[in-house]
Design a protein around this ligand. Structure first.
Ligand code: AMP
Length: 444
């Protein structure tokens, strides 16, 4: 399956290609056609499954293809997120997906000055990402009208309720036009979420993506940072040093498989490769020889390796990281089976940092890095952690500003260079005073 077969328009396909998304993740495969068909959605999907693109990409397509131009102080799509960090992250993704489209996007949240946000909303924005409290404040101050709203997304709805936003959500619900599309994403479906869904959704399609995001804890996993061009050399070095006997190696592309196999065979190493271009019989033969230890190193693409029944292996090497983070779990699941211990080593170059970050987020762990002597990369692999942060460059600390607020924030990127976690609290978890009962609501 490709993004083209899901019915996406060319500018979106191009944006996804630029981001290295080759195949839709399961939640994308299910959600994209349903959203394009105008359905409401109730989706059980966690961070790391590709859920952001699952709602944002079809939503952007609908905004491009349908509906009038955005009016002043209006939004055509609203994505509600529980925290400022998530709002920034979602906005960064939306902006990337929309890079070839004539649409405007923006994120608003509390903890920063409201005035620049009000100014920005004057011309209207096609896609607004917001935390509930700030959205209500903007609405109350007439900086935002919602009568042009086509689509509402509730992202991480369970977390919004956990953080005490149920009253805000009820208030926002009253602000919305009756005719709209609503997409609800939640990791879990408690009774409270189901009640919310019952109120907000109209004949929703239910989607569930099983969270195969816990890597076997019997597998020792580590990463070796290296420059891309030195990967083959590093592989051979590690192989000799560790006296590897039977290794399943994953490479990203068919050419990558062939190039590595050629290189290894050229060094007299007993290696073979399997990928989608090879006939099934050849693949099976290579696999059989690998299983019977006639072949020491088997290099494969994900597609070729999927569904292969390979008995327990001591070692899996990710020569390249997988493009879809979930494939990492499939790959390392070939080792450490049935309580045996296994090892999974990933050779990671600077280009792959986003994939590394996605894997760490999905598996909720920060992978240990081992620098191999004489292979230290010239192109540093930025630091990552399980929260999905990528620290692009260490920066000298800035002098603190005299006054808070008003500073220009970088909203266009998931992670600001050098800035890992904003210090200010991003939300007030529980708002005790009902916002709407304290003053008259001005409506046009
Ligand atoms: P999300 O669940 O939306 O937070 O996405 C998790 C990570 O997977 C992010 O780094 C995305 O950029 C990445 N991602 C989402 N969809 C795909 C895809 N189809 N192929 C590759 N990476 C993806």
């Amino acid at each position: 399956m490709t993004f083209a077969t899901l019915g996406l328009i060319e500018p979106l396909q191009r944006a996804l290609e630029t981001l290295g998304y080759q195949t839709p993740t399961p939640v994308q495969a299910q959600a994209i056609p349903a959203v394009l068909a105008g359905r409401d959605l109730m989706a059980a999907a966690q961070t790391g499954t590709g859920k952001t693109a699952a709602f944002a990409v079809p939503l952007l397509q609908l905004l491009t293809m349908e509906g009038p131009k955005v009016a002043a102080n209006s939004a055509r799509a609203l994505i509600l997120c529980p925290t400022r960090e998530l709002a920034e992250q979602v906005h960064a993704s939306v902006a990337e997906y929309a890079q070839n489209l004539p649409l405007t996007t923006y994120a608003v949240y509390g903890g920063v000055s409201i005035n620049p946000q009000m100014m920005k909303l004057r011309k209207g924005v096609d896609v607004l990402v917001a935390t509930p409290g700030r959205l209500i404040d903007l609405f109350r101050q007439n900086a935002l009208k919602l009568n042009q709203l086509q689509t509402l997304v509730l992202d991480e709805a369970d977390r919004m309720l956990d953080l005490g936003f149920s009253e805000e959500l009820a208030n926002i619900y009253r602000m919305l036009p009756k005719k709209r599309q609503t997409l609800l994403f939640s990791a879990t479906f408690s009774d409270e979420i189901r009640t919310l869904a019952g109120q907000m959704l109209n004949d929703p399609l239910s989607i569930e993506v099983s969270p195969r995001n816990v890597a076997a804890n019997t597998v020792k996993q580590w990463v070796v940072p290296v420059d891309k061009k030195r990967k083959p050399e590093l592989f051979v070095h590690l192989m000799r040093k560790g006296r590897w006997k039977q290794v399943l190696v994953f490479a990203k592309t068919r050419n990558g498989v062939d190039a590595l196999v050629d290189k290894l065979q050229g060094l007299g190493i007993n290696a073979d490769g399997i990928h989608g271009d090879k006939p099934q019989a050849t693949r099976q033969r290579a696999l059989d020889r690998f299983k019977s230890s006639d072949v020491q190193i088997l290099v494969a693409t994900d597609v070729a390796a999927r569904g292969l029944d390979i008995e327990d292996l001591p070692l899996v090497v990710n020569f390249d990281l997988p493009i879809v983070a979930e494939d990492y779990i499939h790959r390392i699941g070939r080792t450490g089976r049935a309580g045996n211990t296994g090892e999974a080593i990933s050779l990671v170059c600077a280009d792959e940092v986003n994939m590394l970050s996605a894997i760490e987020m999905l598996t909720r762990q920060t992978l240990t890095r081992h620098m191999e002597q004489d292979f230290e990369p010239e192109h540093r692999v930025p630091d990552t952690d399980a929260s999905g942060q990528v620290v692009k460059k260490p920066k000298k600390p800035k002098k603190p500003k005299a006054s808070g607020g008003g500073g220009k924030r970088n909203l266009g990127k998931w992670v600001d260079s050098g800035e890992v976690a904003p210090a200010e609290p991003s939300i007030k978890p529980v708002r005790k005073v009902p916002v709407f009962n304290t003053g008259p609501r001005k409506k046009k």
